[in-house]
Design a protein around this ligand. Structure first.
Ligand SMILES: [Zn+2]
Length: 218
């Protein structure tokens, strides 16, 4: 703690902000105890694009649902910008213009644009034999980036509410499953996910086995 400086007003510099979500008491709460990697590897005889499409759609639905549990706490007043770990995300409109928006507006942009993509039959074809577009890979990557921003914001700004509702086990497991998926198929630049590396490390470490029962068999 040698370098820590307290500003005259008593506020600590932002980099030292507390991250309750990396405390072991919280990171040990998970809803599954098996290796999530088994869930993400491409099953034999399944087309890679179909696998990416179905997983991406599932993550979209789950992350949308997880955000909906805290959406009443995420307002223009509580979250005037879309932030996570001192990073601010800006929305770029269809013309590539940077837009200033609050976190709930940003999430709304994310959810409606992803919804549009995953339900577009030309991009996420559901009919057998229909081809995926050439840009499919980059669109999946774009969706994953957006969804990551939403997850990171929930941890950064709405962890307290999530814990109060006892939904942090779900959030931890959803995050881990998502990160394991992203890594398996190289869907995000590690530089982009690095803001959450401390959490990723804590959650991707297997839990120690439960304490042994000291019952001696006779
Ligand atoms: Zn918020």
């Amino acid at each position: 703690m040698g370098k820590s400086k307290t500003k005259p007003n008593g506020k600590k510099p932002p980099t030292e902000e507390k991250k309750p979500y990396i405390e072991p008491d919280y990171t040990k709460v998970r809803v599954v105890d098996f290796d999530l990697k088994e869930l993400v590897v491409l099953p034999p005889e399944i087309d890679l694009n179909e696998w990416l499409a179905s997983n991406t759609t599932t993550f979209f639905n789950l992350i949308n649902l997880q955000y909906s549990t805290v959406s009443e706490f995420c307002t223009g007043d509580t979250c005037p910008v879309m932030s996570a770990c001192n990073t601010t995300y800006y929305w770029y409109d269809e013309k590539g213009k940077k837009t200033k928006c609050t976190a709930p507006q940003y999430v709304d942009f994310v959810m409606s644009s992803v919804q549009k993509l995953v339900t577009d039959e030309d991009i996420f074809p559901t009919k057998y034999g229909k081809e995926f577009p050439n840009a499919f890979d980059s669109l999946v990557k774009k969706i994953c980036r957006y969804l990551f921003h939403v997850l990171a914001h929930i941890f950064w700004s709405h962890y307290k509410e999530t814990v109060a509702m006892e939904l942090h086990g779900h959030l931890n497991t959803l995050y881990t499953h998502f990160i394991v998926f992203i890594r398996e198929f190289n869907l995000m630049d590690p530089k982009e996910t690095s803001i959450m590396d401390d959490l990723t490390e804590a959650l991707c470490t297997p839990l120690p086995p439960p304490p042994q029962n000291h019952v001696t068999e006779r």
